[in-house]
Design a protein around this ligand. Structure first.
Ligand SMILES: [Zn+2]
Ligand SMILES: [Zn+2]
Length: 413
């Protein structure tokens, strides 16, 4: 079996890996680089058949529903078989209405935990893992009697950390471990230890100590964070008010354990931008379906101390203008780097002018260096190939058997 990383050998995101056995090939992930702007056209990686018409390309397997792993799928040829998790597909389908770039690819089949998938000479075994994206997998690929394990994006400190522990307790035997290293840093600094549980703890304190309303900005597709925010709100005696996007995605998971409309202590607010979207599309059932749990600004204004808003930061302007954040606080629950970008800077200034303090409560979707070391020593692979990292040249300082490979070059497993 031969392998060629197309993107990801020296950057976080935009992952694309081609594997070949004889003349047959498969591709793991076709991600959009994180460096690309929303409007930038990014060409497909240089893989024969991605645009269609080449049956030797047996399929594209997507590890999880983050744009930096599936974001170029809209450009694939219609005859290219694509696979991802069924729940991941549902989340993307639900998100598309609010975020057109999230469009789910048309799938030939679904991944599910430990269920083998045969594509030509390749056998792919998905391992459900803990990550900030819902329904995320690591992928074991076998062909020609050789075995490669692709970590995808994973962590041990989310709400499903048990999946990581299960993997390190019973790792498959492999020849090559292709491992993400988001938190392997060029400066050698370890990331601060935190977890979804510590975020929950900090949020309870924040919700309890705030006199007015708390507005928490997060990603609607980060289901772990929704669960964390809901648990914290319940424990602080507040109602969690999610935006319509978050409510829609939560319901689309199909999991009765995920907080969604109908849960006690959960309400829905429809921000201006989402109201306009509903009106333009004339899909009025979207608001009709949540009318029993819908709250309006007047209710938030009357008793702001009763509520925590969780949703897109684009709602911040109307919450400030409506006065519901007077005496309240804002919580940034996304990657810190977004705050330094123009839209993040606008939010910071808006809140500053309104005198609303902004706090950050967040934890990474990616394993800490220490957890990556646990993963690597559990697998004890003869060869460890770095991916999804800006510091692949530092891997040798922390792991054994490191064998870096540049984008675009073929190597043997
Ligand atoms: Zn990623
Ligand atoms: Zn990811």
């Amino acid at each position: 079996m031969r392998v060629r990383i197309h993107r990801g050998a020296h950057e976080i995101g935009g992952n694309c890996i081609e594997l070949a056995s004889g003349t047959d090939r498969i591709v793991l992930d076709v991600g959009r680089p994180l460096s690309a702007g929303w409007d930038d056209d990014v060409p497909l990686p240089d893989v024969a058949g991605l645009a269609g018409g080449d049956p030797t390309l047996r399929g594209v397997v997507l590890s999880h529903p983050h744009l930096d792993h599936y974001g170029l799928t809209a450009q694939l040829g219609a005859d290219v078989p694509v696979y991802m998790g069924a729940e991941a597909e549902r989340v993307l389908q639900a998100a598309t209405f609010f975020s057109p770039i999230s469009r789910a690819p048309h799938l030939a089949g679904h991944l599910s935990d430990r269920a083998r998938l045969h594509l030509g000479p390749f056998t792919i075994t998905p391992y459900l893992i803990d990550h900030s994206a819902f329904d995320a997998y690591s992928l074991l690929v076998e062909a020609d009697g050789r075995r490669l394990f692709y970590s995808g994006d994973l962590r041990a400190h989310g709400r499903k950390g048990g999946l990581f522990e299960r993997l390190v307790a019973h790792p498959p035997t492999v020849d090559v471990l292709l491992m993400e290293g988001t938190n392997v840093r060029a400066d050698g600094r370890a990331s601060a230890p935190s977890s979804e549980r510590s975020v929950e703890h900090d949020l309870i304190e924040r919700f309890t100590s705030t006199e007015g309303m708390v507005a928490m900005f997060s990603s609607a597709q980060n289901i772990d964070r929704l669960v964390t925010a809901y648990r914290a709100a319940v424990q602080a005696g507040r109602t969690l008010v999610v935006d319509l996007y978050t409510a829609t995605v939560a319901a689309a998971t199909g999991r009765p354990s995920i907080p969604q409309p109908g849960f006690p202590g959960l309400a829905v607010y429809v921000p201006q931008r989402q109201r306009v979207r509903v009106k333009e599309s004339e899909e009025f059932d979207r608001v009709k379906n949540i009318r029993d749990v819908r709250v309006f600004q007047e209710e938030l204004l009357r008793e702001p101390q009763r509520y925590v808003f969780l949703g897109a930061s684009s709602a911040a302007g109307e919450l400030v203008r409506g006065g519901v954040l007077a005496g309240g606080t804002a919580v940034w629950s996304l990657w810190h780097g977004y705050l330094t970008q123009p839209s993040g800077q606008r939010l910071v200034q808006l809140l500053q002018r309104a005198g609303v303090p902004l706090y950050e409560h967040h934890t990474s979707g990616h394993a800490t260096l220490a957890d990556l070391q646990r993963l690597a020593s559990a697998f004890a692979p003869a060869r460890l190939v770095p991916i999804h990292s800006e510091a692949t040249d530092r891997f040798g300082d922390y792991f054994g058997g490191v064998e870096p490979h540049a984008d675009g070059t073929w190597w043997d497993v």
